[in-house]
Design a protein around this ligand. Structure first.
Ligand code: SAM
Length: 364
């Protein structure tokens, strides 16, 4: 029988970050009182957390995790899937029946179905298979009343294929997951952007702010500083949204960007330059020690130089998790000292490599 009932959390991540993702999810589950073990392979692009216990005990652990674990709090996870089964030995000419059996065992109606793979070259070879297979599966799921495409609130069914004969079967909650398939945003860089980095700020806004926050906090006419701005992708992105930008960099900013009135370039050191009065935003893409960048961002917020800030923290390969904790502690200490309430969200974005991107804002 190719169906194995296994309660587990499945997390996707950038290949190479499995250790950080595993450490983070184990800690988050332990905070909710759920212990378990992690299964992962280096460079696979995914991590499995299996709660201890079987049957009803495992079911209870998953119920706790589904209620308490927040996708937005997980830095290194690109997706969070609550799995209940693993299916293997799928017959190449008749994969549908075993998958239907696994979906029935989920005991939940679904509003959409995603067939996914890890973000590795090997796994991506399956994407053609997934594309061809999805309409067959959708038809069968609808016929069995397991898929209800008009239900826009029901959880999403995720089938994560290891290869064309094995898949994890689980659900994602729409309000507690990445809205992009495989956790990969489909964003294009405009030809007018001075650098490809422009797409990273666009992704940061999507991943770290809600739609309502974007509408309220990224408004034409606001003023921003861009520290480490050259050649100007982030400044361009801010200007596209109608913000006036002071671009700080000793290097050259794209001349085209300076033609309009939206961006002013000042040659200065981003660690020492200060605005006259307060701005709405500060963004910082300077590559430096993460603790130094965290201190800089916290100082800007503590002094009221800006209300919102997005910045990169380039983490050392072997100590990413610990260094991030250190940066969080620096921010917390500085803002507690200044008695400034804040919120901090951090994500390892699809367009990030060794760095993570943080959004820090003063909340009162
Ligand atoms: C990764 S690039 C920024 C790319 C930019 N965000 C974009 O979208 O085009 C980093 C920039 O930081 C600048 N930089 C490094 N140290 C700096 C400092 N102390 N003050 C200001 N800029 C600095 C570098 O000159 C470089 O242009």
């Amino acid at each position: 029988m190719p169906l194995h009932a296994t309660a587990a959390l499945l997390l996707y991540c950038r290949p190479g970050f499995e250790g950080d993702c595993a450490k983070e999810v184990s800690g988050a589950c332990a905070d909710l009182g759920v212990t378990g073990y992690v299964r992962t392979k280096p460079d696979s692009g995914w991590v499995l957390f299996v709660p201890h216990g079987e049957g009803a005990q495992a079911g209870e652990a998953m119920r706790i995790l589904r209620g308490g674990l927040r996708f937005e709090d997980l830095v290194f996870a690109r997706q969070l899937v609550f799995c209940s089964a693993f299916v293997d030995a799928l017959p190449p000419d008749d994969r549908v029946p075993p998958l239907l059996a696994a979906v029935k065992a989920l005991g939940s109606r679904c509003g959409a179905v995603w067939l996914e793979t890890a973000d590795t070259n090997q796994a991506k070879e399956l994407s053609g298979f997934c594309r061809k297979f999805v309409p067959h599966l959708e038809r069968a799921l609808i016929a069995e009343h397991l898929l209800h495409p008009k239900d826009k609130r029901a959880p999403r069914l995720n089938l994560f294929f290891i290869d064309s004969t094995q898949a994890w079967v689980g659900l994602t909650d729409l309000a507690n997951s990445n809205p992009w398939q495989m956790g990969i945003p489909r964003l294009r860089v405009s030809r007018d952007a001075p650098s490809r980095s422009a797409v990273k700020l666009a992704e940061a806004w999507l991943a770290l702010l809600t739609e309502r926050e974007r509408e309220q906090r990224l408004v034409a006419g606001m003023r921003a500083a861009d520290l480490g701005a050259a050649p100007g992708g982030w400044s361009w992105q801010l200007a596209q949204r109608g913000l006036r930008v002071i671009a700080i960099d000793n290097g050259n900013v794209s001349p085209a960007l300076l033609k309009g009135e939206m961006v002013e370039h000042i040659r200065a050191d981003g660690f020492h330059w200060r605005p006259r009065g307060s701005l709405d935003w500060m963004v910082c893409d300077i590559v430096d020690q993460p603790s130094r960048i965290a201190q800089l961002a916290a100082d800007w917020i503590a002094h009221g130089r800006c209300r919102d800030t997005i910045f990169n923290l380039k983490l050392p390969m072997k100590k990413r998790f610990d260094e991030l904790a250190r940066c969080r502690a620096i921010i917390d200490k500085r803002l507690n000292q200044a008695d400034v309430p804040y919120l901090l969200r951090v994500k390892h974005l699809y367009h990030d490599r060794d760095e993570v991107t943080a959004y820090l804002r003063r909340t009162a």
